[in-house]
Design a protein around this ligand. Structure first.
Ligand SMILES: *[C@@H]1O[C@H](CO)[C@@H](O)[C@H](O)[C@H]1NC(C)=O
Ligand SMILES: *[C@@H]1O[C@H](CO)[C@@H](O)[C@H](O)[C@H]1NC(C)=O
Ligand SMILES: *[C@@H]1O[C@H](CO)[C@@H](O)[C@H](O)[C@H]1NC(C)=O
Ligand SMILES: *[C@@H]1O[C@H](CO)[C@@H](O)[C@H](O)[C@H]1NC(C)=O
Ligand SMILES: *[C@@H]1O[C@H](CO)[C@@H](O)[C@H](O)[C@H]1NC(C)=O
Ligand SMILES: *[C@@H]1O[C@H](CO)[C@@H](O)[C@H](O)[C@H]1NC(C)=O
Ligand SMILES: *[C@@H]1O[C@H](CO)[C@@H](O)[C@H](O)[C@H]1NC(C)=O
Ligand SMILES: *[C@@H]1O[C@H](CO)[C@@H](O)[C@H](O)[C@H]1NC(C)=O
Ligand SMILES: CC(=O)N[C@H]1CO[C@H](CO)[C@@H](O)[C@@H]1O
Length: 613
């Protein structure tokens, strides 16, 4: 079974990048425009989601039947309602990837564990988004034909993080030099094919050795993000629609704020819903030279630019910084030049984390309003993309709050390092909440959330918290308040393992990986439901809430109790700051759901470069 899937993967890899390697290659252009305005979903996504709904409805029926909701008729409900569920996985390096993996595994019906009350919710979800470290999770799972976390752990072929990317085989210098030589040749080939390369290409290739299958003869060098659309598990709509997020940034600046343009990659399309771009291009033809969406020359389109590792590398480009520490003496001269350029050149230094998308697919398009901002990010023939968490929105909500996607409930997995001790404090939600009020928000909406102090001091990060529980109260945000998703917020928290490792910890032993993943599983399941036997019913109440509000159905007594327990009720913390005491140990000491004797200490060998995600 395993060998068979590897074989199938190899077969599809051979069919992707026309060069059979990392370099993109020329193909004949398809007819017609390769871009479209961001009006509605792409026809391909519409038809995929339609197929997906059959599967999610069946999985949701099973989940709701098992969740033991009282005064609720599952079949009756599903005969006229079909809630759309989105899952979001934040950035935060391997911490976010591994903790997120445990959270994901808790929702996966394939996970080999006792009933946890949530299994099958992955199968019931329509969308899954990731950025930076979260993109490694979503991307590597999707690009490996939706492999399960269980399979990754038991086969131990993916996510080998025993040694850092900088030193992939420990002390084995010969293996290392072969590794760097291969990577150098691949990136040089991309450059030779006429594409600008940056340190993001180097980051992308190294990352692929860990995230894409090692049984693959070229470690994902020719595996593209558009290839996902050819996988059996995708064409039969077995798993949610994967989306990876990245930010646009003007060249030679470090400015990123509310007004930054957010880009998404999905297997069909790449582009932005923001008014600054408001355009999508077919992912498969990224790298093609387009004018107003049409190929400049009909026999010179490009395929293979949308390399899967390159897209994950773009979303996590903050980690380019790590590569500046690599021992120069071990590197081929081509890579030495690439790395040295950003070390010694002050202008390049500002661009250390930039990925070049050149030619810019949206160059010379007619643009949206806010065209001054367009000119800054795509004013020449290159589109400049950086790490998806750099705008402070470290949980990738943007794709899930697009009204066209009709998402009813978002499970927000926040593994950010906001506090000094690397725990989340809700900053990402605050940033997404605020963005809706700027012109760049362009009709997206997000429920009310409080400030970070409230998150910490009212225990909104110490157990799951629901936001936007009562749609009517969102009528001050939009008249379409019933379409604003309810957010189930799950912040990183220690149960059996210290999952607040540094964002820049670059190596994890097998035992550390298992510890991180298990703690993620416990975050999602409320410590395997031991803290609340009603947890799965409460999750069910959150999922059905918007449908019930649309139909004017009163909540059951049980759901009202759940909402009293898990909804943020609008309170703002104004008392004496507990902040310092809170961050002294990252948790409220003495809580019933935390037992320090279960938590093994870990040594943190991570680099501490930035504290942004
Ligand atoms: C929770 O469930 C997981 C998966 O079955 C298991 O590995 C772990 O030991 C359980 N933890 C507790 C505290 O029961
Ligand atoms: C639902 O109830 C059944 C029967 O009482 C029980 O076996 C099952 O564990 C319950 N499920 C959950 C998620 O609590
Ligand atoms: C974002 O843009 C709007 C106008 O387009 C402007 O009013 C606002 O000040 C900008 N915000 C930031 C943080 O630059
Ligand atoms: C937060 O949790 C702690 C520990 O369980 C508890 O003592 C405190 O009252 C809680 N605060 C609020 C506002 O619920
Ligand atoms: C309800 O809406 C008001 C604004 O009208 C807002 O200040 C408050 O935080 C909201 N409450 C909740 C629980 O979302
Ligand atoms: C915070 O901790 C200090 C000692 O570190 C203690 O004196 C103080 O009472 C604590 N404050 C609260 C609100 O718990
Ligand atoms: C993790 O959190 C604990 C408790 O808050 C703290 O003692 C420890 O220093 C933190 N570790 C890191 C790497 O920040
Ligand atoms: C904490 O865990 C240890 C070891 O699992 C156990 O012996 C102890 O009773 C637990 N303490 C509490 C307060 O639950
Ligand atoms: C809802 C909304 O405001 N949508 C706008 C988003 O931006 C595009 C491009 O400027 C407009 O055409 C839409 O009307």
């Amino acid at each position: 079974m395993f060998y068979l899937s590897v074989f199938l993967l190899i077969a599809s890899i051979l069919a992707s990048s026309p060069t059979g390697g990392y370099a993109p290659g020329s193909v004949t252009c398809p007819s017609g425009s390769l871009t479209r305005k961001a009006i509605g979903l792409s026809p391909k996504e519409v038809s995929w989601v339609e197929g997906r709904k059959t599967n999610t409805n069946a999985a949701l029926a099973t989940f709701l039947e098992n969740a033991n909701l009282t005064d609720f008729d599952v079949q009756d409900f599903l005969s006229s309602n079909s809630p759309t569920i989105g899952l979001a996985f934040s950035g935060g390096g391997y911490r976010a990837m591994l903790t997120g993996a445990g959270e994901l595994a808790a929702l996966d019906s394939r996970t080999n564990s006792a009933n946890n009350g949530l299994k099958g919710l992955l199968q019931a979800s329509t969308y899954i988004s990731g950025l930076s470290g979260g993109s490694w999770l979503v991307g590597s799972i999707a690009l490996n034909d939706f492999i399960s976390v269980d399979q990754i752990l038991s086969e131990n072929v993916l996510w080998d993080l025993d040694s850092s990317i900088l030193d992939p085989d420990g002390a084995n210098v010969i293996y290392d030099s072969a590794y760097w030589a291969t990577i150098s040749a691949e990136i040089a080939a991309k450059q030779l094919a006429g594409f600008k390369v940056t340190i993001t290409d180097l980051w992308a290739r190294t990352l692929s050795y860990q995230l894409l299958t090692q049984s693959n003869p070229n470690d994902g060098a020719s595996l593209t993000f558009s290839d996902i659309s050819t996988f059996d598990s995708f064409t039969s709509q077995q798993f949610p629609f994967p989306i990876i997020v990245s930010d646009g940034r003007s060249p030679n600046t470090l400015v990123l704020d509310t007004n930054s343009t957010i880009f998404e990659f999905n297997t069909f399309e790449f582009g932005s819903w923001d008014p600054t771009i408001y355009d999508f291009v077919q992912t498969k033809y990224l790298g093609s030279n387009l004018k107003n969406g049409n190929p400049v020359s009909s026999n010179s389109c490009v395929e293979g630019f949308d390399n899967g590792g390159f897209i994950m590398g773009t979303s996590s480009s903050l980690f380019n910084e790590v590569l500046l520490d690599v021992s120069q003496s071990g590197l081929p001269s081509f890579l030495q030049t690439l790395v040295n350029d950003v070390i010694i050149n002050p202008v390049s230094d500002l661009n250390v984390d930039v990925a070049y998308y050149s030619p810019d697919p949206f160059y010379a398009n007619t643009g949206g309003f806010l065209s001054d901002i367009v000119n800054k990010i795509s004013g020449d023939d290159t589109l400049y993309l950086v790490d998806g968490g750099e705008d402070g929105q470290n949980v990738p909500f943007a794709p899930l709050i697009q009204p066209d996607r009709n998402v009813d409930v978002i499970f927000a997995h926040d593994n950010s390092a906001d506090t000094d001790l690397n725990w989340p404090d809700g900053s990402s939600l605050v940033a997404t909440y605020q963005r809706q009020f700027a012109p760049i928000g362009n009709g997206t909406h997000f429920p009310y959330v409080p400030d970070q102090n409230t998150f910490l001091n009212l225990n909104l990060t110490s157990k799951p918290t629901f936001f936007g529980c009562d749609a009517k109260n969102l009528s001050s945000l939009t008249s379409d308040y019933l379409d604003v998703p309810l957010v189930v917020y799950l912040a990183n928290r220690p149960f059996s393992y210290w999952t607040n490792t540094s964002t820049y910890k670059m190596a994890y032993s097998y035992e550390e990986r298992v510890g991180m993943i298990q703690n993620g599983y416990e975050i999602e399941t409320r410590f395997n439901t031991t803290l609340d036997s009603q947890w799965s019913a409460c999750v069910g109440c959150a999922i059905i809430r918007r449908s019930q509000e649309r139909a004017g159905i009163e909540q059951s007594e049980q759901c009202q109790q759940c909402f009293a327990e898990y909804c943020w009720n609008g309170d703002i913390y104004t008392g004496e700051a507990l902040g310092e005491n809170y961050s002294n140990d990252g948790l409220v000491s003495g809580t019933e759901y935390y037992n320090s004797s279960n938590v093994a200490g870990i040594s943190d060998g991570g680099l501490d470069l930035f504290k942004r995600e």
